[in-house]
Write a protein that binds this ligand. Structure first.
Ligand code: AMP
Length: 420
């Protein structure tokens, strides 16, 4: 991976950690692979992920293993296994890492991609939905993606009280109109009719535009929940667009679903993040009824969206101080000064390639060093070095063992690393 891309990665991770921590989310690490059943059960047998996209293989013990295609199923499985939500306790977790889906690669769609996501378990109130959505929105804002270029789509998938009847209606609609739909959507009537709303085939989009909408058939409780979520979002000033055809690809969603899309830079893969509520998922794994919801966002697409918006990723300086070798000075002394700086918490770099002093200054510039320590033989003889401020070009003599505190003083005690 290019170092610039890796830097951007770290920036995305750091920004997420800082923001998510403000909302009380704690990290959780789940395995890269699980028993296949974890995904088939949670995500749903009839979903695209399970039917077509999983990397599944048999291990030497004859078990069916799958590389994780998404994070939620594993997090919920782990929360149950480790009793994180016992007796109604609320758990706020976030994860980050690679996911694997056997999809046709294209811009913004890879077979191994990186997701970061949060899960809020044990929370049924609409404020929880608004909080989760706001974290996603604020994250993209914090990265510098202009809000005007983002579109937050919102829908309700209903619950066990209202969705089954609605599902039946869509299935009947599909059977009735199957001639106008692609082969796959025609087949979806029985197993997963709502997925036909997600098909990109123009003929299907045309037909499904006339399909009945759940919005019109939500039960009272789901309708009230949905209105409350919208009110909370409006209260935060987060703009959203109601999209009654947004279904998202997984079976486990109930009530709120959402997605953030960007206008430029991504072509058809324009969703940078999304999620929803999954109040039945814990029960699918044999646990007690525990409401929950979350989102996942993709790093690759987020980076593309940042590039399209012209957002530069801030790169921290790689060295605060560069300790230059001068001809005639003992190598061991330069080495010891660099090490003393590092031990004191200052990011210090030195030459390991026998470069000229001029080349070392260039290198110090490239690394973004604020200071260069010049340890010439004459200075070393009296136990001193020269500290050059690369910004003001000012040079001062400081005692050899006082470089770290001199750097700290020069930075007004704001040395990047000294107080970390
Ligand atoms: P999903 O888990 O499908 O809801 O996806 C959540 C987010 O993960 C999407 O909005 C994308 O940013 C990202 N994502 C999903 N699939 C891929 C993929 N194949 N390649 C890259 N990013 C992906």
């Amino acid at each position: 991976m290019l170092s610039g891309v890796a830097q951007a990665w770290e920036h995305l991770q750091r920004t997420a950690q800082e923001l998510f921590a403000r909302y009380g989310y704690e990290p959780v690490y789940t395995p890269l692979f699980e028993h296949t059943e974890v995904f088939t059960r949670g995500i749903g047998e009839a979903t695209d992920i399970v039917l077509k996209e999983m990397y599944t293989f048999e291990d030497k013990g004859g078990r069916s293993i799958t590389l994780r295609p998404e994070g939620t199923a594993s997090v919920v499985r782990a929360a149950l296994e480790h009793n994180l939500t016992a007796n109604g306790t609320q758990a706020k977790l976030y994860y980050a890492g690679p996911m694997f889906r056997y999809e046709r690669p294209q811009k913004g769609r890879m077979r191994q991609f990186w997701q970061i996501g949060i899960e809020l378990l044990g929370a049924a109130e609409p404020t929880a939905d608004a909080e989760v959505i706001s974290v996603l929105w604020r994250y993209f804002e914090a990265l510098g993606i202009p809000p005007a270029s983002m579109r937050l789509l919102l829908n309700s998938m209903g619950d066990d009280a209202c969705r089954p009847a609605y599902r039946g209606k869509v299935a009947a609609f599909i059977r009735d109109r199957s001639g106008g739909l692609c082969e796959e959507c025609g087949r979806r009537a029985d197993a997963n009719p709502l997925r036909a709303f997600d098909c990109k085939n123009p003929a299907c989009v045309g037909v499904m535009a006339e399909a009945p909408l759940l919005r019109d058939e939500l039960c009272g409780a789901c309708a009230a929940h949905h209105s409350a979520v919208k009110e909370r979002l409006a209260g935060l000033g987060i703009p959203f667009v109601e999209d009654p055809r947004l279904v998202r690809g997984l079976d486990y969603y109930t009530r709120t679903v959402f997605e953030i899309q960007v206008e430029a830079g991504l072509g058809s893969q324009n969703a940078i993040g999304g999620g929803g509520r999954y109040d039945r998922l814990m029960q699918e794994y044999g646990g007690p009824a525990t409401p929950g919801l979350g989102f996942a966002l993709g790093f690759e697409r987020t980076l593309l969206a940042m590039q399209a918006a012209g957002v530069a990723v801030p790169a921290p300086p790689r060295a605060e101080v560069y300790v230059a070798r001068v001809e005639g000075s003992p190598d061991g002394t330069v080495f010891a000064i660099a090490q003393a700086l590092r031990d004191a918490g200052v990011a210090a770099e030195m030459d390991h390639q026998g470069r000229s002093l001029k080349a070392q200054f260039k290198q110090a510039d490239r690394l973004g060093a604020r200071f260069v320590v010049i340890a010439g033989p004459g200075e070393l003889e009296v136990g001193e070095v020269t500290l050059r401020d690369m910004g003001t070009k000012e040079e001062t003599r400081v005692p050899m063992d006082g470089v770290a505190s001199a750097v700290d003083t020069a930075l007004g005690g704001r040395s990047r690393t000294l107080h970390a």
